[in-house]
Design a protein around this ligand. Structure first.
Ligand SMILES: *[C@@H]1O[C@H](CO)[C@@H](O)[C@H](O)[C@H]1NC(C)=O
Ligand SMILES: *[C@@H]1O[C@H](CO)[C@@H](O)[C@H](O)[C@H]1NC(C)=O
Length: 292
């Protein structure tokens, strides 16, 4: 009996020591795990900007990046998507190849383009710290928020005057990332603006005395509603729900994939060079591990 238990324990520890194919991020991680299939729906078709890490679980630099990347993911929660693709996974290899991945980790920022499903993709070459990643991604968030000054207020208010509007009064001159995110959630149903504290006429019109203040104008000649809660994404999103339904986080599943069969041919060609890159990295990683 003792024997069996001991053996079982050894077997269990072996399993822990050699997690074959284990991905770097757990299910509970703030980092969203995507693969060649879900990328299209979760990332390419999103109205949000994403950063995607292409990695291999054995890669040392990927392991080193993990804490900063997870921190960036928590800090960007609700503002942008932070995702990872395990390129060591056999089924992901053609996809990683088609994305031009040649080494690990490769970080790409994916920003919605003019045509849905055709995002702009660029390599992230910045520092691999949480702050640098967060700043770069926020910088690439789509902005559907108008900055309004005193002289532009009346015309903005009368523009589509029956539709709902939300105004953030702020002491800052740049558009808040939080407001940009809310504008993405309510794209097409609520128009967003940010007005600076220094715009005295506008501030006076809405009797705003503290900054930031969010005012919701339901549309038509209905009274404005002042938001009294915390300046956080979830409660603000709930507050705006009294006017309109936000878009779901991702497009419903079952939509037809946009990658055509020609793309697949390209992908499998690219993947053969990707295999080489993957193999040489594997060797490099092993030798650096041996050296240390
Ligand atoms: C709203 O717009 C319509 C036409 O665009 C205009 O006739 C009406 O006076 C406007 N209402 C307000 C309150 O500005
Ligand atoms: C993206 O925004 C459009 C409105 O421009 C909306 O119809 C669509 O549902 C949104 N998609 C997602 C996935 O949020």
């Amino acid at each position: 009996m003792v024997h069996t238990t001991a053996l079982a324990a050894v077997a269990a520890s072996l399993l822990l020591a050699f997690p074959v194919e284990a991905s770097l991020y757990t299910k509970n991680s703030a980092v969203l795990q995507v693969d060649g299939k879900s990328y299209d729906r979760l990332i390419a078709k999103s109205n949000y900007t994403s950063i995607v890490e292409f990695y291999a679980p054995w890669c040392g630099h990927c392991k080193n990046l993990k804490p900063a990347y997870e921190k960036a993911a928590s800090n960007l929660a609700g503002l942008a998507k932070v995702a990872a693709v395990n390129c060591d996974e056999e089924t992901n290899k053609p996809f990683c190849g088609s994305m031009g991945v040649q080494g690990f980790p490769t970080l790409k920022i994916v920003k919605p383009g003019k045509t849905k499903g055709k995002p702009m993709v660029e390599d992230y070459q910045g520092q691999r710290t949480a702050k640098a990643i967060v700043d770069a991604v926020i910088d690439k968030m789509p902005n559907h928020v108008k900055r309004i000054k005193d002289e532009g207020l009346d015309s903005w208010l009368s523009e589509a005057n029956s539709s709902a509007k939300a105004i953030l009064f702020s002491d800052k001159g740049t558009v808040s990332a939080l407001l940009k995110a809310l504008a993405i959630d309510y794209l097409g149903s609520i128009n967003f603006a940010q007005i600076r504290k220094t715009e005295e006429k506008a501030v006076g019109t809405f009797s705003v005395s503290k900054f930031p203040t969010l005012v919701l104008l339901p549309g038509g000649d209905k009274e404005g509603i002042v938001y009294e809660g915390e300046m956080k994404k979830a409660p603000m999103k709930d507050f705006l729900k009294q006017i309109a339904e936000p878009h779901p986080d991702v497009a419903p599943a079952g939509a037809k994939p946009s990658r055509s069969s020609t793309d697949k041919t390209k992908a499998s060609k690219a993947s053969s060079s990707f295999f080489k890159a993957s193999a040489s990295h594997s060797t490099a990683d092993a030798s650096s591990a041996a050296a240390s």
